[in-house]
Design a protein around this ligand. Structure first.
Ligand code: GLC
Length: 822
């Protein structure tokens, strides 16, 4: 039997088997290598490879298609799976690594995995397994269905483990947990005012992290074509993962922790680069600040009002008729002069670059791209045209390495003018005819010799555009870290750009949705992300803007942005008490930069997102899964934003451990469900006991003043805790040569003794701070004595605030501070 059609094998399956689905039948061995098993099932080839001890790849190539793993997401590398044992038994082959085993039963071919304890996960459904759909049943986005090239849609059905819960799936609004949902991966520019019902947005990451019995595993289906996941939605006993482009290549991450899954996933698809430090400060944007004078006034307004801001954004009205890489000479007569004035004032300026290039014989970018033949084509061979902001446009074929190199070099003019970051937009690509559409499936991407249909590469278009931008900036300005922000992307986009979540709305619902949106992006490898603070569409209010800023100061990317013709929403627009409240919040953001930067270093090293759902650190705690309207920022801060108007109180779940309310110092023992009071300007957030939070003095922009002293706030409680501080020059690449500074900060509390150990510095970077101020909070009695090593040291105790302050030199060697309480 070549292919078993389940519908013909048992009456029971007739109702369950999807129409036109053909499951794989018997398989026979083709060959094995040290870590790979190749099988033949009918005319299909199936390969299962151990890439790492906790990572397997499955490739399914039906109808005689050749095995191929080419990918926009995956970084080519030599994998080291360690010691792999392949065993052929009666009707079964196993591939065992040091941590997991892949089980391939051959009649019919079904694949599953077990961990060392024998726990099964990602197990093929016994009846449906892996297979393909007859073309007529293939859901298609439009009328074009060029099957000769695309092959048939493919799927793998997995058994839904009892109690398993799915998360991730990239940029998603709606609930954090995705169990029981159907997920579509197809990048779009959604209509204005999208709700949680709008499943697919600007970014597609066909990756899910599953949690079962406190153990994590993950599945990534690598296809930039249309992909769907059905996560126990159609059938509560099964999930399926399907792609429309003929092959099915998926990766299984064995975990067992969320950290392990994401570390491996981001090893496969790339990690977030270390951002330039300035880009973590506050940003101000609007569609658009329309003249140089308006931008100058904006900059002055921030500085005069003493409101922090590092970055200003120039939207499309700075361009000449919306032509990318140009300036409107009337409204921006002297960009160099303007940008150098802003630089003097401590501002960085980021400029927008859309994907569409205006068709205009007198526009050099257009004619050059045409002469070099770098645009997407119609099936007839003409440059494909559609309308975007500038009117009729063509679209670079970013699948072509030459087009990427050309595009990257075009950024030279912007850098020469003094632009320090690039905002890549409309890169789904978004088209205006019809409104909110994208390219037809049959548009050709010539690819510099490797032509593909748009439908085959659609989800990767945005990623490839920002790859071009990032690589261009790296070539043109190798000493500085590129700053690229993108609206669209595919899995792996995190290595090229940060993601902002596009055109949200100034509504409380959108504020609430943005929490889970950023959490699921983080669980899908995109740790560097943010929403438009205040909301893009519609008019915001003072209260909404302030509450959004309360969340915004913890977002990895913090930028206020709004649409044309909406009410302005700069921090001072709504008057008091909002202006002062937003100022204080943004100052807190600036103070938190050393903490956030340390988290970025961790994200860069391990893939761990900055914002984490509670289960990330508490996978065994069932209450943690329900707490999706709050999050951990790193492991030391728990943040519970207010997302309703007029509300000052909200429920907060504190997991195991001792937590201190940041504003009042009130102490809580978790696990506990509590009612938090969060008046405007005091977002409910809690600091984990014994975990140092590094803070800078308040600054309005990075580099405004010396980072002295660097305050380490600590809330001691019986037990112990540790934290890390990472520092480097904040830009450039000297850190890759060891010019960074990493230290561990340990806090141990027993009876009446608090011991704080500032570990010796690793790395050669001379800290930006000369002094550390150790600030122990909520210490109820004055210390009897404090020693640094065996020497007494000066200290100060504030009875009213219950705070001990100790000044220390920021030396590179270890410092042990013993605080004996009276
Ligand atoms: C898109 C972007 C938005 C930008 C606008 C004009 O809608 O998402 O942020 O302001 O285009 O460029």
């Amino acid at each position: 039997m070549e292919m078993a059609t389940p519908a013909t094998t048992s009456a029971h399956l007739i109702s369950l088997s999807p129409l036109g689905y053909h499951a794989l039948g018997t398989a026979s061995m083709l060959e094995t290598t040290t870590s790979k098993v190749c099988l033949r099932a009918g005319s299909a080839t199936v390969e299962v490879t151990a890439l790492a001890p906790d990572l397997f790849r499955v490739g399914f190539f039906p109808h005689g298609r050749p095995a191929s793993y080419g990918s926009e997401a995956v970084i080519p590398r030599e994998w080291e799976p360690g010691f792999v044992t392949i065993r052929e038994g009666e009707g079964e082959v196993t591939i065992a690594t040091s941590v997991a085993t892949a089980h391939l039963s051959l009649d019919p071919l079904r694949i599953g995995f077990t961990d060392q304890a024998g726990r099964a996960f990602a197990t093929d459904d016994p009846e449906l397994g892996m297979g393909w759909l007859t073309p007529e049943q293939a859901p298609s986005l439009d009328m074009v269905n060029p099957l000769a090239i695309l092959g048939t849609p493919t799927r793998v059905y997995k058994r839904h483990q009892q109690g398993a819960r799915y998360f991730g799936c990239g940029e998603r609004t709606g609930e954090l947990e995705k169990t029981g949902t159907h997920q579509l991966f197809w990048n779009i520019d959604p209509p204005r005012g999208h709700t949680a019902l709008q499943n697919n947005l600007y970014v597609s990451i066909p990756f899910t992290m599953a949690m079962a019995d406190g153990q994590a595993w993950g599945l990534f289906l690598d296809s930039p074509a249309r992909v769907e996941f059905d996560l126990a939605h159609e059938d509560s006993q099964r999930s399926w993962f399907g792609a429309e482009n003929g092959d099915l290549v998926y990766y299984v991450f064995c975990g067992p922790t969320p950290q392990a899954v994401l570390e491996r996933y981001t090893e496969l698809t790339g990690r977030t680069p270390l951002p330039p430090l300035w880009s973590l400060g506050n940003g101000q944007s609007r569609f658009s600040y329309e003249t140089a004078e308006e931008v100058r006034a904006l900059a002055r307004a921030f500085r005069e009002r003493d409101i922090p801001c590092d970055t200003l954004y120039l939207d499309i009205d700075c361009l000449d008729g919306y032509r990318v890489f140009t300036w409107d000479n009337t409204r921006f007569p002297d960009p160099e002069g303007l940008l150098s004035e802003l630089r003097e004032m401590g501002f960085h300026v980021v400029c927008i670059v859309d994907a569409g290039v205006k068709v205009d014989e007198n526009y050099e970018v257009y004619t050059e791209g045409r002469e070099r033949d770098l645009y997407c084509k119609t099936p007839q061979g003409d440059d494909y045209q559609n309308a975007v902001w500038p009117g009729v446009c063509v679209f670079p074929d970013f699948t072509n390495p030459q087009a990427r190199a050309w595009w990257g070099d075009l950024h030279q003019g912007l850098l020469d003018a003094g632009i320090t970051g690039i905002w890549s937009d409309m890169n789904e690509p978004a088209l205006f005819i019809p409104l909110n559409s994208t390219m037809p499936s049959d548009v050709i991407h010539p690819g510099g010799g490797k032509a593909r249909l748009h439908t085959q590469v659609h989800n990767a278009y945005g990623s490839l555009m920002v790859q071009a931008a990032r690589e261009g900036l790296l070539r043109l300005r190798p000493q500085q870290r590129p700053f690229v922000i993108s609206r669209s992307g595919y899995a792996g986009v995190q290595r090229h750009a940060l993601i902002w979540t596009g055109d949200n709305s100034s509504t409380w619902e959108h504020l609430a949705m943005s929490l889970t949106q950023l959490l699921n992006l983080g669980l899908s490898g995109v740790g560097w992300a943010g929403t438009d603070v205040g909301g893009f569409y519609g008019d915001t209010s003072g209260e909404l803007l302030t509450r959004w800023t309360e969340f915004g100061i913890f977002q990895p990317f913090c930028r206020n942005h709004s649409e044309k013709q909406t009410r302005h929403q700069e921090p001072w627009v709504f008057g008091e008490p909002y202006t002062s409240t937003i100022r204080d919040l943004l100052k807190l953001r600036q103070r938190l930069l050393p903490y956030l930067y340390t988290l970025f270093a961790e994200c860069h090293r391990t893939g761990a997102p900055l914002l984490r759902p509670l289960f990330w650190h508490y996978p065994e705690d069932t209450d943690a899964y329900g707490a999706s309207d709050q999050f951990l920022c790193g492991d030391a801060l728990l943040v519970a934003p207010i997302t309703r108007p007029g509300a000052e109180y909200r429920h907060v779940y504190l997991p195991t451990g001792t937590w201190f309310h940041y504003w009042t110092g009130e102490r809580f023992e978790g696990p506990a469900h509590i009612l938090a009071h969060a008046p405007l300007g005091q977002p409910a957030f809690y600091v984990r006991a014994n975990t140092a939070i590094p803070l800078w003095p308040a600054m309005n922009y990075v580099g405004q003043a010396p980072a002295d002293p660097l305050t380490l706030i600590l809330y001691p409680a019986p037990g112990s805790g540790s934290a890390t501080l990472y520092e480097d020059a904040g830009d450039g690449y000297a850190y890759t040569e060891g010019e960074d500074a990493r230290r561990a900060i340990l806090c141990e509390v027993e009876d009446k003794l608090i011991r704080v150990t500032l570990g010796a510095q690793e790395g050669t970077y001379a800290s930006a701070s000369q002094r550390f101020l150790l600030e122990l909070r909520e210490v109820s009695t004055a210390p009897a004595e404090i020693n640094l090593g065996d020497q007494p040291i000066a200290w100060y105790y504030d009875h009213e605030q219950r705070r001990v302050s100790i000044n220390l030199a920021a030396t590179a060697h270890e410092q042990v501070i013993d605080i004996a309480l009276s």
